[in-house]
Structure formats: C-alpha cells, structure tokens
Design a protein around this ligand. Structure first.
Ligand code: HEC
Length: 173
C-alpha cells in the first residue's frame, strides 16, 4: 500500500481515537471536579445563611413592649393614625416571631393575642376612647396570659405611666 495521506490516516486512526478518548475523559473529569467544588461552595454558603444572626423571641418581645407602650399613648390622645400604625408594628412582630422563632414551642400560644388585637383594631376604627381603654386592657391581659402559660409569669405587662420616649409627641398635630 502506498503511503498516501489517506492510508497514513487509516493506519493511525485508532491512535487518533485513543487520543480523542483521553481528551474527552480528561475534560469530563475536570468538569466533574468543577461541579463538586461549586457544590461544596454552595453547601458552605447555605450553612452560613442557616447560622446567620436571627433575633430571638426575647428581642421581638422587647420590640412589642415598645409598640404596646406607644399604642397606649397614641390611643389615650385619640391619635388614631398613630395607634393604627403601632398596631401594624405589633402585627409585624407577631408574624416575624412565627417566621423566625420556629424552634420555640411557646409560639403556638401566640394566637391568644388575636381576639384582643381584633378588639383594639375595632376601637381604633370606631375612634372610641372608651373601647380603646377596655380593649387595651384586654390586650395587656392577653400578653400576661401567654407569659403565665409559657412559664414567664415574672414578665408582667401593664399600661405604662409615662411615654416610653420623650422625643416623640403622641398628640394629634
Ligand atoms: C407566645 C405567648 C406570648 C405572648 C402572646 C406574649 N408574650 Fe411576651 N414573652 C413570651 C415569652 C416566651 C417570653 C420570654 C422570651 C425569652 O425567652 O427571651 C416573653 C418575654 C417578654 C418580655 C421580656 C423581654 C425581655 O427580654 O426583657 C416582654 C417585655 C414581653 N414579653 C412583652 C409582651 C407584650 C407587651 C405582649 C403583648 C402585646 C406579649 N409579650 C405577648 C411569650 C409571649
């Protein structure tokens, strides 16, 4: 057989195939190790997110305490827009507790607040100072019922004597 380019190709075709196989194999292995490295990175980032700082139940409660006090002075001053705003903040904190404090069994008892929250909302809608006063007491009692139910009876909530901050005006402007 003459050594034409075609015969040279035919003779060496098996080597060519072997080289191609080796190249393909190497490429696949490197792609796999890239994927594995990426997966490891994703796993470690997921872990960081899971361990990221989340406020605890006590911190949410301290926030609710502030809004509870502000709500009182807003209602007493018949500042219904501010009272409504403070109610929204309490509702948000309750929702956040449900979302972030899933590890706390006490969260089940949160629903104890709902009738009282509805009652305060109705008083605000009706712009009734009298209903506000009775429903605020109902709310405060509901806070304490849950504290009792969850062995935190020593956290006693009451209507505040003085506004929580002196740099906020609670009167309607
Ligand atoms: C799920 C039932 C529940 C309800 C409803 C509830 N609390 Fe609490 N509260 C708790 C628990 C449990 C703790 C203790 C949290 C902790 O372990 O840090 C607490 C703690 C507190 C604290 C102490 C926070 C601190 O770190 O000093 C305050 C203040 C407080 N609550 C206010 C309120 C107010 C105001 C309301 C009503 C608007 C309310 N809570 C309603 C369960 C409840």
């Amino acid at each position: 057989m003459k050594n034409t380019p075609l015969t040279i190709f035919k003779k060496n075709v098996r080597y060519l195939l072997i080289v191609m196989l080796v190249i393909t194999f190497a490429a696949c292995t490197s792609a796999n190790s890239n994927t594995a490295a990426l997966q490891a990175k994703v796993n470690s980032m997921n872990l960081q997110i899971a361990q990221a700082y989340k406020p605890g139940l006590g911190e949410f409660m301290s926030g609710i305490q502030v809004h509870h006090a502000k709500l009182y002075f807003a209602g007493k001053n018949q500042n219904w827009k501010l009272a409504d705003f403070e109610m929204g903040e309490i509702k948000e904190a309750v929702d956040d507790i449900k979302k972030y404090c899933t590890d706390r069994p006490e969260v089940k008892s949160l629903s104890i607040l709902y009738p009282a929250l509805d009652s305060v909302n109705n008083a605000i809608k009706a712009k009734s100072l009298h209903s506000f006063e009775t429903s605020f007491l109902f709310l405060t009692n509901s806070c304490n019922s849950c504290h009792k139910n969850t062995n935190h009876e020593f956290n006693v909530i009451k209507a505040p004597d003085t506004p929580p901050f002196n740099n906020q005006d609670f009167k309607v402007k």
